[in-house]
Design a protein around this ligand. Structure first.
Ligand code: SF4
Length: 281
């Protein structure tokens, strides 16, 4: 019989828990609650939120009456200001740690730094951070530094998308150093992300197979899969128990299981139960 090892840091982080509970409470209080896009990146959670009565709007003009629910990873200042101007009630489920990044980016700009955001180009959180300041430079990979910064900049101030890969961030910082005279690095990778990444680095070396549970749309789940794969080729990401394949476990004596910050417990439990059927405990 093989052994199952479940990560201590798996599934909902406090920011996602807070956002989901604000959404469900908001649905009880208001007749119509709208979200612009998904409030967290997980299809099962979205289904639950929609079943509670929350609707999706494509843009703010579609919201004539009711409340606007802002997602865990924040929104742009334009959307926020427009909703305020139209006097739409806002249920702000933005994680306090993301709001802190907005504040830090603005302060860096006020203090004369050219703001660099280390993050994924089209991610909602990065778009939200970028909207807080005038002309930020976004860097996703170390090789982007040379492409996006052609001249020496006097003062660079760096903030990081909350769910970034720590190792990728370190490599980008190394590339930024020769590009400026002064570099101010604000480590805004959130505590839960650091714990999840630390744990997966150690788990993927200790287990024969690794299962990461979470949506393929979720940046933080993708990051966990990426880190685990770099240390253990027998790593697989699944969205639910239905994606599991028996052949992944044939030669494994141990399987490590973890999940992204937007994956609910009930999905993790179903994955664990199905792996038990492959003779693991
Ligand atoms: S991953 Fe971090 S920043 Fe994002 S919602 Fe969770 S705690 Fe907040």
């Amino acid at each position: 019989m093989g052994k199952i090892n479940i990560a201590k840091n798996a599934g909902f982080c406090f920011g996602v828990k807070r956002a989901v509970s604000m959404a469900l409470n908001g649905a009880k209080k208001h007749n119509d609650v709208y979200m612009l896009g998904d409030i967290v990146h997980n299809e099962y959670v979205i289904e639950r939120i929609k079943n509670a009565g929350i609707k999706t709007a494509k843009n703010i003009d579609q919201i004539k009456d009711g409340a606007l629910l802002l997602r865990a990873h924040g929104t742009t200042s334009e959307i926020y200001n427009e909703a305020k101007k139209k006097e739409i009630k806002i249920i702000d489920a933005t994680c306090p740690l993301v709001l802190e990044i907005h504040k830090i980016a603005k302060t860096l700009e006020t203090d004369g730094y050219k703001v660099v955001i280390i993050g994924d180009y089209n991610h909602d959180e990065v778009i939200g951070i970028a909207s807080q300041i005038k002309k930020p430079i976004i860097i996703a990979k170390p090789e982007d530094v040379k492409k996006n910064i052609k001249m020496i900049i006097k003062k660079i101030g760096v903030v990081v998308q909350s769910t970034q890969n720590i190792e990728n961030t370190k490599k980008i910082i190394a590339e930024l150093i020769p590009k400026c005279r002064e570099l101010k690095f604000m480590d805004t990778i959130c505590g839960p992300t650091k714990s999840y990444q630390r744990e997966i680095r150690s788990m993927s070396k200790k287990n024969d197979a690794m299962i990461i549970v979470g949506s393929f749309k979720s940046a933080n789940t993708y990051r966990l899969t990426e880190i685990s794969k770099s240390l253990n080729l027998n790593t697989y990401q699944v969205e639910s128990e239905n994606d599991l394949k028996p052949e992944w476990f044939k030669t494994a004596d141990s399987v490590g299981i973890t999940a992204g910050a937007s994956t609910p417990d009930w999905i993790i439990n179903k994955v664990v139960d199905k792996i038990r059927l492959f003779n693991f405990n």
